[in-house]
Design a protein around this ligand. Structure first.
Ligand code: FAD
Length: 389
């Protein structure tokens, strides 16, 4: 063989990278993919569980095709240490040697300001990693009384998937409008404005859910009382029936523990041609864990993983990596049961800044439509197949 690549994290970034290394090396490079979860659960589309259009089971997929079709060795467990000097990782007490390491652990939450939130996730779920918390938040929505208050607190940028809190607001409002029309939805945004698809979300709030959604910008959380689900912001005190606080975020813990998070101790910095870490040689890092001036999306993690895998294979086989990568990010948001809208942006490698640069402002839908809802479903099917089949 031509060596071994170990991949930490089998989410959108890691699973794609693992598959692409196998494909691009013609099976010559051995790949071990490690994740504590037995299944892949998609964050994209998970807001529609709240709207009642999807179940979590429909967003859950196994890793068996990566193993069977691509000869990837899937190992269930958490990587607890990276020993870059000896080129090995520790997972489940076992030491595993690598020639190159790809780290794609996604995000962790920052509870420094509100430590009590960390132990109150049953009462106040974030549902920002699809799984049991998505189910919990959905259950709370179903159990809420008509006339109740559902609150979503949006963290300051940067966080995973900029438009997703506002898509979630639309999905919750869609459910409430049909089933509990006297209820209220509060969006407490730590940011000064909606930072993605702003005009379209504002129109959706106004036209589809008149009088139901109250959007409060510059609403940084000052205090939280778990027992009464009461939050204090800069200006208000608000008691909720269902409280969905999305905490501020940083790179997944293993990236920070390994010393890879060299941007504010929070995010990792990677070379835009190879995704090799700026800190540790032969360790590559990608997806939500990096700060690259790119949106933290599944589409981006998938695109970065392809550039990274090509570079890793080239470097291991003694070839030159692609010198001019380009990729697009397309991001759909559902505003009700069937209508979606999107923004699409092209990014090109800029040799002067050694980074990926957006071409213009991207292309935004004129308005949400059922046709784009169909397109959004096709997008999801395509990226699941591309990542996992
Ligand atoms: P993840 O997909 O989170 O994968 C990280 C993996 O690493 C996990 O499986 C985790 O278990 C594993 N891991 C962590 N630590 C370790 C360790 N120590 N050892 C082993 N494994 C480890 N993006 C879009 O493009 N389109 C959308 O429509 C969209 N909608 C979204 C809606 C919501 C509600 C949310 C929350 C997100 C949405 N996103 C969307 C964003 C998308 O989910 C993320 O950007 C994407 O998952 C990032 O991929 P990743 O590989 O970096 O992280």
């Amino acid at each position: 063989g031509a060596g071994r690549v170990v991949v930490v994290g089998a989410g959108y970034g890691g699973a794609t990278a693992a598959k692409q290394v196998r494909l691009l090396s013609g099976g010559r490079i051995e790949v071990v993919l490690i994740d504590p979860n037995a299944d892949f659960i998609s964050c994209p589309v998970s807001n529609r569980v709240l709207g009642g259009q999807k179940t979590l089971a429909q967003l859950t997929f196994g890793y068996e095709r990566l193993q069977r079709h691509h000869g990837i060795e899937f190992m269930r467990g958490s990587v607890t240490a990276i020993d870059a000097a000896r080129s090995r990782v520790v997972a489940g007490g076992e030491k595993l040697r690598y020639d190159r390491l790809i780290v794609a652990p996604g995000i962790d939450f920052i509870y420094d300001a509100f430590p009590m939130l960390a132990s109150a996730q049953e009462q106040i779920p974030h549902a920002w990693k699809a799984g049991p918390q998505t189910r919990n938040l959905h259950r709370q929505l179903l159990a809420m009384r008509d006339g109740g208050v559902f609150t979503i607190a949006v963290p300051p940028q940067p966080y995973r998937c900029p438009p997703a809190p506002y898509e979630r607001a639309c999905q919750v409002a869609f459910y409430l409008k049909t089933h509990k029309p006297r209820s209220k939805l509060m969006v407490l945004d730590a940011n000064p404005v909606i930072t993605s698809k702003r005009v379209l979300f504002e129109r959706a709030f106004r036209e589809l859910y008149p009088g139901m959604i109250e959007y409060l910008p510059d609403s940084e959380l000052r205090d939280i009382d778990v027992a009464t689900k009461t939050v204090k912001t800069t200006f208000d005190t608000l008691r909720s029936d269902v409280l969905n606080i999305i905490p501020p975020q940083r790179a997944g813990r293993i990236a920070r523990d390994a010393g890879l998070a060299n941007v504010d101790g929070r995010w990792c910095e990677a070379d835009a041609l190879t995704y090799e870490s700026m800190v540790l040689p032969r360790v590559h890092v990608l997806g939500d864990a990096i700060e690259a001036g790119l949106p933290k999306s599944a589409h981006m993690a998938n695109a970065q993983a392809k550039v990274c895998a090509r570079a890793v294979v080239a470097l291991m086989l003694g070839e030159a990596p692609d010198a001019a990568p380009a990729f697009a990010n397309t991001c759909y948001s559902f505003v009700d049961g069937v209508q979606a809208m999107h923004i699409s942006t092209l990014y090109r490698y800029d040799p002067a800044g050694r980074s990926m640069q957006a071409e213009g402002k991207g292309v935004l839908s004129d308005h949400a439509s059922a046709q784009e809802g169909v397109d959004a479903e096709a997008w999801a099917r395509r990226i699941w197949a591309d990542t996992l089949d």
